[in-house]
Design a protein around this ligand. Structure first.
Ligand code: GLY
Length: 380
């Protein structure tokens, strides 16, 4: 494998890895980005919801703080990526409407809303009629909802294209090959390719999501999604709609270009990219229960990918047990939202700088020890 000399190797060319490569290159590092199928993993299935408020889960305050930090800077991050890559990201500051169908679903939403209010989050309770005023094509059975004005969206596929362009303009060298961390004398020394060749670097950034299991406690969490197409002038929704439908969750993410993403299952099945008839049926049935017009839309794509889950649902961002190896993995349901703060943190850590407390909570040291030798490998 012929690879230009570098001082940092990033393994994993999804949205997180490419963001890291771009930021590191912006700071003057010679960066190589290794991935046999860039963007072909969880980034490909991501819906792009930037939704710390409507994705709140009980007991995940550290994750909430991190996601709020990321959300507060995302519009500026998207603007910078777009300018640097001279390409759109599909960022939309459209807000999110969460709706409930039956009384049980309404009670669940109200319960979550009380928790959101206790945490000081920006949420507004709505009646079914108020929901339909915002989104006229909602089913009459929608009986109530919550408006999360600050939960927006971006188009992950456009974002990745813009990031790759931005990274390329900063000199990142893309290597379309499968690579493993090269460990020599107990420390990360670069990347080893399938043909046995290797390239050396002072620092290795691992951003392979759920496939980082050899170096981080991550696991695959399968998600199946469907992509539909809304006709021009016939968009069925204006903003992201999440719904509780007889105690099941579904989301519908409408893009300006007419794409409508419907997702997603959450399945602990190991690595499995099989799309199942039952899962697609359930997603489309629940989406139709919320927006009947979904039945008329063209079904463009169905796919399944693995979210990178971690034991506490917080990502692992920082140095782990192997000196010279910086982890940027385990982003679970929030990889797109957290890509900018992760990249900033990786660039800061590579330079020996501090990271914000919200990111410091993601230090992999919480799952094990860290080598004292780590300081030696920081890139100047
Ligand atoms: N954040 C949406 C999902 O993981 O399905």
């Amino acid at each position: 494998m012929l690879v230009v000399p570098c001082d940092v190797v990033v393994i994993g060319g999804g949205i997180v890895g490419t963001s890291c490569a771009w930021r590191l290159a912006e700071r003057g590092h010679r960066v190589v980005l290794v991935d046999p199928d860039p963007g072909g993993g969880s980034s490909r299935a991501a819906a792009g919801m930037l939704a710390p408020v409507s994705e709140l889960h009980h007991g995940e305050e550290d994750l909430l703080a991190l996601c709020l930090l990321a959300a507060s800077g995302f519009a500026e991050h998207a603007r910078r990526v777009s300018a640097a890559g001279d390409a759109p990201t599909g960022y939309r500051g459209c807000g999110t409407l969460v709706v409930a169908l039956d009384a049980g679903d309404r009670a669940r939403l109200a319960d979550v809303r009380r928790a959101q209010e206790r945490l000081g989050l920006d949420v507004q309770a709505l009646t079914g009629r108020e929901c339909r005023r915002l989104e006229p094509l909602l089913d009459p059975a929608v009986s109530g909802g919550t408006l999360a004005r600050g939960d927006h969206q971006v188009d992950p596929r456009r974002l990745l294209r813009a990031l790759r362009a931005a990274a390329g303009r900063c000199g990142v060298d893309f290597v379309p090959a499968r690579g493993e961390v090269l460990v020599e004398g107990g420390r990360a020394a670069g990347v080893r390719f399938a043909d046995g060749s290797a390239v050396r670097a002072d620092l290795v950034v691992l951003a392979t999501g759920a496939r980082a299991q050899q170096h981080a406690p991550v696991r695959p969490v399968k998600g199946q999604v469907a992509r539909l197409r809304m006709p021009e002038g016939g968009h069925v929704l204006q903003r992201t709609v999440r719904a509780v439908v007889r105690d099941r969750d579904v989301y519908l993410v409408p893009r300006e270009d007419g794409e409508l993403v419907v997702g997603a299952t959450t399945e602990d099945r190991g690595f499995d990219e099989t799309v199942t008839a039952g899962a697609v049926h359930d997603l489309l049935r629940d989406a139709q229960a919320v927006v009947p017009g979904v039945a008329e839309l063209e079904l463009v794509e169905v796919l399944a990918r693995s979210r990178p889950g971690s034991p506490d649902n917080l990502p692992l961002i920082g140095f782990g047990e192997v000196p010279g190896l910086l982890l940027a993995v385990g982003h679970h349901r929030n990889g797109v939202l957290l890509s900018g703060v992760t990249a900033d943190a990786v660039a800061a850590l590579a330079a020996g700088e501090d990271v914000p407390p919200e990111v410091a909570a993601c230090d992999p040291v919480r799952f094990g020890s860290r080598s004292a030798a780590r300081e030696e490998v920081l890139v100047p």
